[in-house]
Design a binder for this molecule. Sequence first.
Ligand SMILES: C[S@@+](CC[C@H](N)C(=O)[O-])C[C@H]1O[C@@H](n2cnc3c(N)ncnc32)[C@H](O)[C@@H]1O
Length: 399
Amino acid sequence: MTGPTAPAGRLDSAAAPMTGQSDRRPCAPLDAWRNFRNRLVADPRFRRLAAALPFSRLIAEQATRRIFDLCAGFTYSQTLFACVELGILARLADRTMTAEELAPDVGLSAPAMERLLAAAAALGIVEPCAGGRYGLGLTGTIIAAEPGLAEMISHHRLLYADLADPVALLRGRRDGTRLSAYWAYAGRPAAEAVAADTDAYTTLMGATQASIADAILDAYDFSRHRRLLDVAGGDGSFAIAAMQRHPRLAATTFDLPCVAARAEARIAAAGLSARGAATGGDFITDPLPGGHDVATLVRVALDHDEPTVARLLRAIHAALPRGGTLVIAEPIAGTAGAERITDTYFGLYLLAMGGGRTRTFDDFRTLLKAAGFVRVRRIATRQRLLCGLVVAQVGSPPL
Ligand SMILES: C[S@@+](CC[C@H](N)C(=O)[O-])C[C@H]1O[C@@H](n2cnc3c(N)ncnc32)[C@H](O)[C@@H]1O
């Protein structure tokens, strides 16, 4: 990823150490307790005793299950993947079926289908019903009902392939990962990208935008603004949702030219051309369009390293008037309970993709202040694990 460096002495390298943990502050008494606990648990006599006593046996069993989950998680993901790929969830959405009935539809033998359904039932994806039939389980019902989730799960085939050798990735092998080919802008200049390079990810992002957009629009009231600039706004889904929610809001989607063309068509198809438009450009090399009083960056910053994000924030600062607002929406590192999403999933996903990281609120505040923003604050959304908001106002230009 090209671009100037951030202000001297701050987050000034794409290889800057991860600071994603900065909201959580380890302390010495906790360290001492951890050392004591770990010494105790490492002792085989203690573990034997714990497994024998009724209460500690429950804790020991939980630990066994956690370790097993860590070892077996890959088989869980692949079970879900197979269910989605074979259309099992869609087939069971409104009825129950036996393995024998499902098998010929999806090209499996009945025993193979029974094996998959048993695996999926153990994970709550499907549920055994009367008469040897299967219906959706709670987890399967939510996955089937959530728009775009099936596409997200399908595209994970790229992630699984890239993670076949995680140690090589961690040692710096970046070339040829499937995710870096999929995300045409990952780790390389994107200005030359054509539709064939961007269509797949643009469709995926559009398909998964609806619930995110709803959560953002519920958490932050855009009716106080007149003109929205959605930077790197993909196929225009967020801008369309914002205009539909607020009838007096106008919106521009800015993205790479081939992506902006899709946004323009979708805005027209939604009957919003009088208030909505799309502008093509490269946010690394081109100025952003002016005339807006609020800008959004939805699921964008995490894809990029510090120099690019610093530059992007300065470009947004320059494009907005004094007092204008920037709303950043994405998974925020350090959010309690979201560690597996921000640090494990995105940590490895973005490594395979070739750039970017999730950031804590403190990381964003540092970057935003360096770009000249003031009044930096965070707002939780009802999807707080997947998407938090960082909101800031344009102050004086940075020196
Ligand atoms: C992860 S997608 C998010 C899209 C949208 N905001 C959403 O949440 O669905 C990132 C977007 O950034 C755009 N993008 C990446 N690099 C860009 C660049 N240099 N200039 C303009 N857009 C860029 C991509 O084309 C893509 O649409």
